[in-house]
Design a protein around this ligand. Structure first.
Ligand SMILES: [Fe+2]
Ligand SMILES: [Fe+2]
Length: 342
């Protein structure tokens, strides 16, 4: 059986890169092997660790929960044809805003470096020292925070800088103003959902579930971006830069996979263990976790997706209407959504 206990140093350890990642003169995280294949930062042991935890979970008779884009119920909005239509009419602001907001939200992920999870062993009957649950404060959260927001003190940019590089390659620096960014992209909570445990544990379970669903939604945004940027009919005056931007998005996507995997392990493990309730009862984790996880999936996949479509459409319609042929463009834009639905 593979090893399941890792030190913080191991989970933070880097590969010996043949070449560092440098873009437009900026040192970014990660690097390349001798063949030029991109390797994500701090994954020398992080990947084998997550694989060992998931294998252990399976051998104990529990599944690894689905954390793929199959959980999502809605198409990207605007869809790829709609986005192409906007770009074709000189309306790059929608994509510019999406890329800027993504970069700014990635930067906020740095907060995970300063966060300390509560000791989950206190509410779990089984030994968690050989699970992802037992490694949150042993580098998993810290490495995740650096991946998202960079290690500025160490002179390394993370996903924030990578998204800004993508955006600037497509549009040029300062092409549009910096848009408003939502205060939070997590589900707002209005009351206790897991009264069986202390609120601090509930808060952390919800936080990690939110982040997991945000990562799943990001995955679908990555494929949207790479498909769009690699299309020969957009950014025609800068095809080489657009293809390179798509490659940068691929690297971010590669880095995000380890986030999905460890968070997926965390939720799967939590449903596999016995929870020690405040009243002294012992319950199966799945009994507490499953309805909460279902609700979280639904909020991100349906509730929030529908809300963000409404908001997105209103902003786009306002932009289209500034055009002399605004009315016709709105009709054409909406028709492209219906065409995709049909
Ligand atoms: Fe990220
Ligand atoms: Fe991430």
């Amino acid at each position: 059986m593979a090893r399941v206990v890792f030190s913080r140093e191991e989970l933070m350890a880097e590969h010996a890169y043949a070449k560092p990642q440098v873009e437009a003169g900026y040192r970014l995280h990660g690097g390349f092997d001798a063949k030029g294949v991109y390797i994500s930062p701090r994954t020398l042991h992080r990947w084998p660790a997550v694989e060992a935890w998931q294998a252990q979970l399976t051998s104990r008779g529990f599944p690894v929960i689905d954390a793929s884009t199959r959980l999502l119920k809605r198409e990207a909005y605007p869809n790829i044809d709609q986005q192409k239509m906007l770009l074709g009419n000189g309306l790059g602001e929608t994509l510019w805003n999406a890329l800027t907001i993504t970069g700014i939200i990635e930067a906020r992920g740095r907060a995970l470096c300063d966060a300390t999870a509560p000791d989950f062993q206190a509410i779990v009957e089984e030994d968690v020292s050989g699970m992802s649950i037992g490694h949150l404060n042993k580098g998993l959260l810290y490495a995740h925070g650096l991946d998202e927001g960079g290690n500025k003190a160490g002179g390394q940019g993370g996903h924030d800088d990578m998204w800004f590089a993508v955006r600037d390659a497509l549009f040029g620096k300062d092409a549009y103003p910096i848009p408003d960014v939502p205060a939070s992209i997590a589900r707002p909570e209005i009351g206790r959902l897991m009264p069986q445990i202390d609120k601090i544990y509930e808060d952390w379970i919800l936080l990690l579930m939110n982040v997991l669903m945000i990562e799943v939604r990001a995955e679908s945004f990555f494929s949207f971006c790479t498909n769009l940027m690699r299309s020969p009919d957009v950014f025609r005056d800068r095809r080489e830069a657009a293809n390179h931007a798509a490659e940068l998005v691929e690297r971010i996507r590669t880095d995000e996979a380890i986030h999905v995997a460890y968070l997926q392990s965390f939720v799967s493990e939590m449903r596999s263990v016995t929870i020690k309730c405040l009243n002294g009862d012992r319950i199966k984790g799945s009994q507490m976790i499953d309805p909460i996880w279902e609700g979280m999936i639904h909020w991100h996949a349906v509730t929030q997706a529908d809300f963000s479509r409404e908001q997105g459409r209103a902003a786009i319609v306002a932009r289209l209407k500034k055009h002399s042929s605004g009315g016709a463009l709105v009709a054409k834009f909406d028709a492209l959504e219906q065409k995709a639905a049909a």
